[in-house]
Design a protein around this ligand. Structure first.
Ligand code: M6P
Ligand code: ZN
Length: 188
C-alpha cells in the first residue's frame, strides 16, 4: 500500500496561535454573526470576533483536522465574544480542545437540550464527545487561543445552532462570567 502523502510539520506559536506555514484562515466579524447574540442593537458589524487557522487535510475519516482559534476579547451587550458553534455533520464525531492562552469557556449541548460548560485556559485538554454541539467563549480581557483536533470527515452543521441557539449564554455578571439561560433557545 502506498501512503497518501509525506509527513509534514507545521510550526505553531503557542501564544498567538499563528501557524507557519499559514495554509488557510477563516475570519468572523460581528456582521457574519447576525442573530447569534441576544441583544445586537447598535453593534459595529465590522468588529473582528475570531479567526481560525487551519492545517487543511482531506475531509475523510482517515485524516485528522487541526486548527487554532483566536477569539478577541469583547462583548455584545453583556454577552462575551464567542464562536458560532456547531454540531458535527457526522454527529457522532468527537473533538479535542487544548487551551493555549487566555480564559474561556467551552459551552456544549445535546439535541435534547442537556448542556455542559468547561473551562478553557493554558493547559486545559477538553474532550467534546460526539453528539455535543460546541461553542467557545472568551471571558477574559486578552485573546483566547486554543488548538482543536477532530476526525477529518466530521464536517460542520451550523444550521441547527443558528436556528435554535444554545440552552445557555455566557455573560458578564457583577462578579465575573456567569452562565444564564438563553430565553431564545428552541429545543426542536
Ligand atoms: C475550533 C474547531 C473548528 C471550528 C472553530 C470555530 O477550532 O471546532 O472546527 O471551525 O473552532 O468554531 P465555529 O466553526 O463554530 O465558528
Ligand atoms: Zn467541531
Amino acid at each position: 500500500m502506498t501512503p497518501r502523502f509525506a509527513p509534514f510539520t507545521t510550526w505553531m506559536d503557542w501564544h498567538t496561535g499563528l501557524l507557519d506555514p499559514e495554509r488557510g484562515q477563516v475570519e468572523r466579524r460581528l456582521s457574519d454573526m447576525s442573530g447569534y447574540y441576544l441583544d445586537e442593537q447598535g453593534v459595529d458589524g465590522g468588529q473582528l470576533v475570531y479567526r481560525v487557522y487551519a492545517i487543511p487535510v482531506e475531509e475523510t475519516g482517515s485524516e485528522i483536522q487541526c486548527s487554532t482559534t483566536v477569539i478577541e476579547p469583547g462583548r455584545v451587550a453583556d454577552e462575551y465574544f464567542m464562536t458560532k458553534g456547531h454540531f458535527h455533520a457526522v454527529w457522532h464525531r468527537s473533538e479535542i480542545y487544548l487551551g493555549l492562552r487566555g480564559e474561556g469557556r467551552l459551552v456544549m449541548a445535546t439535541e435534547a437540550g442537556e448542556h455542559a460548560v468547561e473551562p478553557i485556559r493554558p493547559g486545559s485538554v477538553s474532550y467534546v464527545p460526539g453528539g455535543w454541539a460546541h461553542r467557545s467563549v472568551n471571558v477574559g480581557d486578552e485573546q483566547l487561543v486554543f488548538f482543536a483536533a477532530y476526525v477529518g470527515d466530521a464536517g460542520h452543521d451550523y444550521g441547527t445552532i443558528a436556528d435554535r441557539g444554545f440552552p445557555v449564554r455566557v455573560v458578564a455578571g457583577a462578579h465575573g462570567p456567569e452562565v444564564v439561560d438563553n430565553p431564545r433557545y428552541r429545543k426542536e
